[in-house]
Each structure stands twice: as structure tokens, then as C-alpha cells.
Write a protein that binds this ligand. Sequence first.
Ligand code: GRF
Length: 223
Amino acid sequence: MSGREKIRLGVLASGRGSNLQAIIDASEAGTIDAVVAIVISDAADARALELAGRHGIDAAFVDPRLHATSEDFDVAVIDLLRKHEVELICLAGFMRVLSPHFIGEYRNRIMNIHPALLPAFPGLHAQRQALRYGAKLSGCTVHFVDEGVDTGPIIIQAVVPVLDEDTDESLSARILTYEHRIYSRAIQLFAEGRLEIRGRRVYCHGTDTLQQHETYAWGVTNP
Ligand code: GRF
């Protein structure tokens, strides 16, 4: 995107890897100033690992069964991230809660994508939760990760409608297209050094109010 040096990402994923794929695509297309240095999974058969291999990216399976506690597991992951000089960690469908030790090591340098408008519908099956609740709008959220589950400061959200005829699958698919867009956008804002966390709020420097509105409200102003 610019002549600036690329930041090194570590992507943690447990499954399908469509967000990983979107990040790799953005990196290869040069629309983000970032490279994926390593992909780590807690599932040996994660498609995310296969995707990494296909793009010549280092990939590692860390077996939770070989680590007695979640902190031990996290220490093994941190070791890999350090060796790959990772500057920003992106959780993309990673099904484990990181230990306080991990969060402390990478404070304000871990992002997550969640398929709902937080703080509504945290945790698993967020799209189904929104449907069952009868929400008319849902969407997705990229946020920094803190010690809680889906509780960290919000960076970008995208809003999508929930339609009467929606099923889990149709709503998830509509949300997913925006996940792929806002995750790369958040990574780029981080790479440009434009994000500042003050308390619960994340401020984006270097935009006027109108552009900022567009940045934070994808789906409303960015069809
Ligand atoms: C996405 O819906 C993401 O929001 C959630 O887990 C899912 C991962 O999908 N955290 P994928 O593996 O990136 O395709």
C-alpha cells in the first residue's frame, strides 16, 4: 500500500481459515502493510494450516494434549511467535481462550474477529444467538483481546441486516464477507500506527470525522 515496512503477523486459527485467506490475499495484493509470518493451530487437521502451506507460510500445530495446562500451551505458542518476530497476533476462529500470561506478553497487540456486534452475543454461535433473539441488525467486530471472552476494546464494526428468511447459514455468510473486509482494514490501521487505546475506546488518528465514520461503520456507509 505504501513504501512502509511490513509488520509481521502471527495468525492463530482452529478451523476453516477463511479470515486467514482474506488476510493472506490482502498481504499478497499489497493492500495491507503486513506479512503473515506464521500460522499456528491447536487442531492438526485445520484447513488454515493447509492454506498457510500453500502460500509458503510457516505453519505449526501445537498439540494441546501435550501441554498440561493452558498456560503451558500458551508458552509453546509464545515461543513460536517470538522466533518468528511477530508484532501483531490475529485470532481468526481460534477456539481457545488465551491465558492472562499470554495477554500480558502481547498486550494491545492481539486482535480478534467476532461474528456479532459486540457486546451483543459474545461467545459461541453468535449468528444463531442473534437470529434466535430476533435482532434486526447484526454484523461483526474486530477488537483487541483482553482477559475476558470477546470483551476487549472495539476497533471496527460492520453492520448487516438480519432478514426474515435468514437461516444460520445465510446470516453467517452475509456477515463473513464483512469479516474479511474489516479484519484487513483493522490490521492496516494498526500497521500505520493510527490506533490508540484509551480505556475502553480505540481512537483512529489521521482521519477527519466523516472518514472516521466510514472507517468504523462498514456496512452502513460501505456497501
Ligand atoms: C468466523 O466467523 C469468526 O468471526 C469467528 O470464527 C469464524 C472463523 O471462520 N471467530 P474462518 O475460520 O476464518 O473461516
